[in-house]
Design a protein around this ligand. Sequence first.
Ligand SMILES: C[S@@+](CC[C@H](N)C(=O)[O-])C[C@H]1O[C@@H](n2cnc3c(N)ncnc32)[C@H](O)[C@@H]1O
Length: 146
Amino acid sequence: MHGLDGDPAILERARAKTARSGLEIVYTEGMSYDLPYPDGRFDRVLSSLFFHHLTLEDKLRSFREIHRVTRNGGALYVADWGAPQNGLMRLAFFGIQLLDGFETTRPNVQGKLPELMQQAGFERVRVIRNIPTLFGTMAIYAAHKG
Ligand SMILES: C[S@@+](CC[C@H](N)C(=O)[O-])C[C@H]1O[C@@H](n2cnc3c(N)ncnc32)[C@H](O)[C@@H]1O
């Protein structure tokens, strides 16, 4: 297992948690739109609560990079804010938008992540679950390469 983040302080925290868990995870500092891995390196890629921090352009660049480092037959799983299931969920999401900014969170709430994954080359993109939370709808997406 490999983990990546752009912030060295976050990686230190992750390393400490991993040491306590007994898991073996290699952490690398890097940016999602310029991944420091060779083509087809991974069977599965998992991203949680991350894409709503990126502009539309960087979301697409990052999905393209993830597609590049995923092997043929591999899969991507994303957990992030998605299209609200109802008015209450839409209202709840304004809190996250005030906190994290409207520009980067708007494509999430417009339900654009699947479209961007497809543009990056992923196939059979689907929403596995929509989970209602206090801060809006948390969507779990699955997408495949090849
Ligand atoms: C809300 S945290 C998500 C943390 C974790 N994935 C989780 O689910 O608890 C967002 C993280 O994204 C990192 N980050 C933001 N933009 C990035 C980018 N373009 N490439 C890599 N990491 C980035 C930040 O340093 C931060 O640690």
